[in-house]
Design a protein around this ligand. Sequence first.
Ligand SMILES: Nc1nc2c(c(=O)[nH]1)N[C@H]1C(S)=C(S)[C@@H](COP(=O)(O)OP(=O)(O)OC[C@H]3O[C@@H](n4cnc5c(N)ncnc54)[C@H](O)[C@@H]3O)O[C@H]1N2
Ligand code: MOO
Ligand SMILES: [Mg+2]
Length: 418
Amino acid sequence: MIEKRNPIPVSDAIQRVINHVQPLPIKKIELEKASGCILREPIIATHAVPPFNRSAYDGYAIRAEDSTGASPHHPIAFHVVGEIGAGQVPEVPIGKNEAYRIMTGAILPEQADAIVMLEKTTKTNDGFTVLESLQPGDHVSFKGEDAKKGEVLIEPGTKIHPGTIALLATFGYANVNVSEKPIAGVLATGTELLDVTESLQPGKIRNSNGPMIQAQLDRLGISCRSYGMLPDDLDACMEVMEQALQETDVVITTGGVSVGDYDYLPALYKRLGAKVLFDKVMMRPGSVTTVAALGDKLLFGLSGNPSACFTGFELFARPAIMTMMGSKEPYLAHIHATLGEDFTKNNPFTRFIRGIWKMTKQGVIAIPAGFNKSNAVSSIARGNCLIVLPSGSSGYRKGMQVDILLLGVDQGEEKWRL
Ligand SMILES: Nc1nc2c(c(=O)[nH]1)N[C@H]1C(S)=C(S)[C@@H](COP(=O)(O)OP(=O)(O)OC[C@H]3O[C@@H](n4cnc5c(N)ncnc54)[C@H](O)[C@@H]3O)O[C@H]1N2
Ligand code: MOO
Ligand SMILES: [Mg+2]
């Protein structure tokens, strides 16, 4: 007698997973190694940026009032008293109709409040003339215009990217608090599986899910520990699973979660004493995606079918791992797009079509990326998004508005809603 499974909505399934994950501990890491980590402290301006009033151009620093009334018919002359390159400090304040030759980024001399661009001046024996008047502040980068001292500039929970690194360096963060990164174990199950180096044999296929999941983890900046491929054998899987549970923070398997005679993952969870959070989701592909919890560890039982496996990772494993990393934006970014082709298959469950989105003159258009069954591998390779077609309608027509999930793009604060 086959056990009847209870399908739950995708958003409930995501919630059950997220309820089970905690951010990993915080650690300090050197700035050079922090790119791709999740920030676990706010970046607070320890000083104003810029830290002093500075010149935005190469030219001359003057008192703006001294240029009042300048015109092509009435040039005003300035006497140059010195020169300031970036990093140098002027020694004396300027007086009436005096100027410093100044370079971009150099601190303004006392009393100066405007910069005349070099191109707007005519050289004289002891200085230059200007043909137009300046206002105080012209071509000056003011102290604190970018950031005020004490301002919270970046909240914790965001991914550190090159811009964040620049900001951290600006404030002298040689070390920064980030989340520890989880170690993910990956195990492909299936007697039919061959390694990438092996030749095809009757009834066998190469293991594409294992390397794919490793690459999906890699896209999150997570390194994985591969437990290779195992035949459909409960005892063998049990042994490797127990090892993986000791060595990793989260274990991802592929295959063996359906109801076939050799689908051993349900029996494995039972033997381990793991609590199955769900084993049927109202989605296609990936309806048999199973997630179980053993203590504080999650076991992702992704389907063997490649498109289902891929989708299960992006919808469930990805946000869990991002949350473990301390991310406040663990979901894929989603945007609206116009469907570029009819999709009239019936939709008993929500469909996640591997799609291609592009920006056109008409806005963002998304089309299915070719052969789109659960067992497809070609469309995962062609796709750059998942087109979400909610259940209940079989009439998705070209021109309709749909949600698309952008693969490889973070910034998703909320899981998409149906
Ligand atoms: N009677 C039923 N049969 C099936 C059901 C069902 O509800 N009732 N569900 C179907 C759905 S939906 C899916 S999806 C699959 C899920 O299968 P499993 O997760 O049990 O995976 P396997 O049986 O091990 O393999 C399925 C398929 O995927 C290929 N595979 C497996 N591993 C890999 C890999 N590492 N790389 C590439 N391809 C892989 C495998 O050879 C099979 O073709 O079950 C349906 N059946
Ligand atoms: O779980 Mo299956 O991938 O729905 O076709
Ligand atoms: Mg199966």
